[in-house]
Ligand binder design. Sequence first.
Ligand code: FAD
Length: 558
Amino acid sequence: MSQNSVKLVVDDIASVLQNFIDSPPAGVAVEVLDALKEVSKSYSSLLPPHLFFEAVEQSPVAISITDAHATILYANHSFEKVTGYSCEEIIGSNESMLSNNTTPRIVYETLWARITQKKPWSGTLINRRKDGTRYLAELTITPVLNEVNETTHYLGIHRDTTDLHSLEKRVGNQKKLIESMVNAAPVVTALLDDSGQVVLDNLEYKKLATDMRNREPAHEFLAALRKTLGDHFENLYTQHREFADQEISFDPGGGSQPRCFMVSGTWIKELDDSADAFFEGNKRFYLLLTANEITQLKRQQEETRINALRALTAEEELVQSMREALNGAVYQLQGPVNLIAAAEAMQQRRDSNSKEGLALLSALNQALAAGRQALQTLQSCIPQTPVDARDYINVNRVLRDVLTLSTDRMLKSGIVVDWKPAPTLPAIYASERRLRGMFKQLVDNAVEAMSTDSGGPRELRITSHYSTDNLIVEVEDTGPGIPEDLRLKIFEPFFTTKKSNNRAGMGLSMVQDVVNEYAGTLEIDPAYTDGARFIVTLPIRQKTLLSDYGTDADETHE
Ligand code: FAD
């Protein structure tokens, strides 16, 4: 725009302003006109005063100008539309004619207290239209001051916010409804935002958080899912894919038992409501985690398993003692049969022709045949050792089962157990039954040794750990110990130091058999002097690490 054109526009403005001042519209305050006259004197203003008036008149919000007592001097077109009153009806009336008389008095008192201090006030009032209907008026009142800083007028700007309010209330009500439903749900529920922060949770979740001494349960769930599902979970998580009924367990801390849950996850997509995303329509993802606690169920299952194991072990022990008794009887009978065989051989050589000699030989023959027959019968009665299927076994779990099975016996004998399992152990490819039988034998021996020993502490210590090649289990007791001269003999079949024993000294020989079967070693620690310490070493043949808790971790060893 050139200098000349600017001058032209300014001239136009000046003339329009002059026209406005000369014939002002109805309701324009004298003070406003005075101010405009001041403005009209200055040709530097580029905005015509009438423009201000038109802007106010055509504004989509209800605008009114009052005197210092709230008497309406001017109201714009939107004011007429919102209130239902025409300018003719409203001008000269007090703003209080809009009051529905249901706005608490304190609100008006606060409003007036503020505006009489020459400060603007904003708030919401319940107004009544001309037709008697009510609406919510979101109102701002601004005091208009004169040159000596006195309030001469008030400028009121308001809009009908009834719909917005009802929408807000409906959203709020719905939120409350959803929250109460989520709260009432008997499952642990939490909503996580895309940064993993919990933005909504329920009572069950809060209870769990309290149990866990305010550690974030959702983070424990995610960590356990990562541990259990590994890369698969990472894929599900990053691709926002759902997952259902994943069994996880974790240690809640404070020495409590591990807790087990079935965890499911659903992704919720939300449009970003931030200003930045107004035109972009960005999406945000929330993860709705629900978890059903199954610790109790698992415990019941575990109890059932232990009971079944107890019955099985009792039966196995019975069969084992029968096997040992029969083996013992065979062992005992073998001696006399061998003697008869030797006598028969001698008799054959010495005197086989005399009548007496032949009679003796025949008697020896018969005795030998009967002896051999008896041996055969006994041997055929020995129950066969079942051939077990091998599998990858968590030795910690086997040891825990053995301790559980022996709990009653140890309690009766006042034995304290110090059980130190390695947090993770390599799996052993073996028969679970054979390993359990072996460790049970070592524990039974220790319990028996301590029960017979009077006085002194009774402590059974079991430790599991592993090296690069071997898994090691140590079983130590505070019994009388094993004298040095017996440390080899005790592994021989039928050797026993026990006076009244219905087991024929086959226990340690069986332990030795199992250890041999898995190419391991069994030692008595010569340096240990507080009782006996048996060290079982089993070679590791595979690289799967198993955690001590129910769920086995598929981590790679090394
Ligand atoms: P009122 O007697 O008018 O006022 C209640 C209390 O307010 C009194 O007890 C007193 O403490 C205080 N008060 C009133 N007038 C004055 C005063 N001049 N100086 C100091 N304190 C005073 N009200 C609405 O209900 N709806 C509206 O849309 C609305 N818009 C308004 C816009 C403007 C620009 C102004 C200035 C006021 C507006 N008011 C509005 C407030 C209105 O003037 C009334 O105060 C209110 O409606 C209550 O009316 P009332 O007759 O029940 O009580």
